[in-house]
Design a protein around this ligand. Structure first.
Ligand code: NAD
Ligand code: TYD
Length: 395
């Protein structure tokens, strides 16, 4: 186990800028897993900016985890970083016994669909076995708590809309009661973990809740995912690889809105319930890439790569590629009062600007092993691809 005290890179996210402090400071810490990844680190920064209390952050620091993400809270006593594996039951037991948290917020996962296609085993280990170990450790820990502390405790499992499978163009959005139909190894492993959480609630009365969220975007996202990959490639004048026809639809949510949803569910959600989280922003991939290109044309007017749309290349599709995701977040909105604060236009502008302002962060995370991933994933897709007829020359 390695604790806290990293020397970090100042990523540019200031956790306390101008945000009105919320009232609730939790008397006991919370245990966050995967808090050095994209959503987890945004959540930890948000939690601390809201002065909610101490976070014990357990993260293995796989390729996707990065302490640079947490640089703005370096040295803050409200953040205790522990490098370790959620599959290490002894370590998890020890952390729960030592810190006696009032909640576990479980982000840690292998999270990338393309990687799950090239190597599914790690997904079964972390997403299924890891969740199992956390649930069992939590169950044992709960048995040691006094009645009041046990009544207060929550286990929040952070999951994805991909467990529901894929939608046709006119199908209704995913609802909490939509049957699971996962299509990728990633989605199947997350669906399995959701089922475990549900079973632990039902059988052992574990006080757990589940959130199933749509695609997130925003600062600190590893550049294997669509938006940071496109922004990073476009800034550097590299091809923008769009899978298949680019007409697949995702329902995009700004990451801080997701963090606020988790905060809300933790505070007000009903034990045993699932809450869908989504931004009501359905966009085809090619349209998203066009928006990124147009924003870069505007924000970097002297770029040698203008017009950025000329960099688009259609490449071989992802096997089993889900056509459309869309989330019905009505339950979270009406029962718990959550609403996204960003539209796609405002969130995307902030996101592109953040990556422009944080080139050093991108260079840091996209060095080393990242290049091997780019070669493995895009080499076999025909990286040169096909340029879209409409984007040659003018828009
Ligand atoms: P990410 O890949 O950016 O981060 C995952 C983090 O988990 C990393 O810091 C990694 O080091 C850590 N980790 C991996 N294996 C671990 C292990 N065995 N023990 C401890 N830590 C480990 O992922 P993300 O995009 O931030 O997603 C976080 C969670 O949210 C995941 O559970 C994912 O399924 C879910 N989710 C993601 C999205 C999205 O759009 N990214 C949408 C909905 C739900
Ligand atoms: P991704 O960010 O991997 O998220 P997910 O597969 O979990 O939805 O991909 C978002 C969409 O973008 C998905 O339809 C696949 C597509 N995509 C590309 O077209 N090109 C790429 O290089 C990547 C990484 C994704």
């Amino acid at each position: 186990m390695k604790s806290s005290g990293f020397a970090g890179f100042a990523g540019g996210l200031t956790p306390t800028t101008g945000v009105a402090l919320r009232m609730k400071r939790y008397a006991r810490p919370i245990l966050v897993t995967g808090g050095a990844g994209f959503i987890g680190s945004n959540f930890v920064l948000h939690w601390i900016s809201q002065n909610h209390g101490q976070v014990i952050n357990l993260d293995l620091l796989t390729y996707a985890g990065n302490l640079c993400n947490l640089a703005p809270i370096e040295g803050n006593p409200d953040h205790v970083f522990v490098q370790g594996d959620i599959c290490n039951r002894r370590l998890v037991d020890q952390l729960l016994a030592e810190h006696r948290p009032s909640a576990v917020v479980h982000f840690a996962a292998e999270s990338h669909v393309d990687r799950s296609i090239l190597g599914p085993e790690a997904f079964l280990r972390t997403n299924i076995q890891g969740t199992f170990h956390l649930l069992e450790a939590t169950r044992a820990y709960l048995a040691t708590l006094e009645v009041d502390a046990r009544a207060e405790f929550r286990f929040l499992h952070v999951s994805t809309d991909e467990v529901y499978g894929t939608l046709g163009p006119n199908d209704p959005s995913f609802h909490e009661n939509t049957p699971f139909a996962p299509n990728s190894p990633y989605a199947a492993s997350k669906a399995a973990s959701d089922h475990l959480v549900r079973a632990w609630v039902h059988t052992y009365k574990l006080p757990a809740l589940i959130t199933n969220c749509s695609n997130n975007y925003g600062p600190l996202q590893f550049p294997e995912k669509l938006l940071p990959l496109m922004i990073n490639n476009a800034i550097s004048g590299k091809p923008l690889p769009v899978y298949g026809d680019g007409r697949q639809v995702r329902d995009w949510l700004f990451v801080v809105d997701h963090c606020r949803a988790i905060e809300t569910v933790l505070e007000k959600g009903k034990i045993g319930e699932t809450y869908n989280v989504g931004g009501g922003n359905q966009q085809a991939n090619i349209d998203v890439v066009h928006m990124v290109c147009d924003l870069l044309d505007e924000l970097v007017p002297d770029s040698p790569h203008k017009l950025h749309r000329q960099l688009i290349r259609f490449v071989e599709d992802r096997p089993g590629h889900d056509r459309r995701y869309a989330i019905d977040a009505h339950k979270l909105e009406t029962e718990l009062g959550w609403r996204p604060q960003e539209t796609f236009a405002t969130g995307l502008r902030k996101t592109v600007q953040w990556y422009l302002n944080n080139r050093a962060w991108m260079e840091e995370v996209a060095s080393g092993a990242y290049q091997n991933w780019v070669n493995a994933n895009y080499g076999q897709r025909g990286a040169a691809g096909r340029a879209p007829a409409a984007s040659k020359g003018a828009r």
